[in-house]
Design a binder for this molecule. Sequence first.
Ligand SMILES: Nc1ncnc2c1ncn2[C@@H]1O[C@H](COP(=O)(O)OP(=O)(O)O)[C@@H](O)[C@H]1O
Ligand SMILES: [Mg+2]
Length: 268
Amino acid sequence: MVAAGQGQVALGRISVQAVTKSFRQNDGSEVRALSGVDLEVTAGEFISLIGPSGCGKSTLLRLIAGLNSADSGRLLLDGGEIREPDSERGLVFQNPLLFPWLNLYDNVAFGLKARKIYRERKGDVAEFLRLVGLEKFARSYPHQLSGGMAQRAALARALVNRPRVLLLDEPLGALDAFTRMNMQDEIIRIWRERNTTMIMVTHDVDEAIYLADRVVVMSPGPARIETDIAVELARPRARSHLDFLQLRARILRILHFGGQIREPNYQI
Ligand SMILES: Nc1ncnc2c1ncn2[C@@H]1O[C@H](COP(=O)(O)OP(=O)(O)O)[C@@H](O)[C@H]1O
Ligand SMILES: [Mg+2]
């Protein structure tokens, strides 16, 4: 974040105000994906968004990205209404969605070329490949990369646009447990270095706590924000620290309240 004392206003503040969104299903019925969602995110903040499957997390991210529009309510980035997708709001999905026919350098350069700013910003491609630790793999193709490397490339491709906000929809969901924990540290390091506002959807309570300044818990039917919890633990966080575990238990209780986690019906 740009320090306020330097006379510049930090960018990347998001305001979601009373947002509702419904979808029409194939049978003609309507599903209410979001029901009066309010969320304020300050510039440079890291938010984890957690909640049971189908509670509207991706919908909220897509609205902030500008891929869909809300039925009612307002979404603002730094005071300006969000109307359509823009490079100032980067998106990373569970599937890295790299172009298989382009090497990593060209995958990362793609957005700059599409926006016709590649010539001035050429140096950024190498800078962001370095930021995610892939500078030695610039000439490699997506099929030559591990899952973690591909996901880092997807991060570089989003970050090269220097977005004010990075929206991450379960970006680590397909990775094995060890790669996933390493990637969590990578994401924190990049966040520290770039100070981009981040909103990350995850199903993983530990991941949500490990990363975020605030864990926002969503509940289904009607889909809305159930609780907003500040994580006041110093980083790097210890996953087995008592405070961490207490927070974990609290969030699991809230999710349970959402009715999605059932007690197993066996005794051993
Ligand atoms: N494009 C769409 N068309 C119809 N229904 C949708 C669409 N997108 C989402 N939904 C519905 O909206 C609800 C919320 O979906 P989603 O935001 O994807 O949930 P989550 O990401 O929390 O799993 C679900 O019931 C889903 O079926
Ligand atoms: Mg989703």
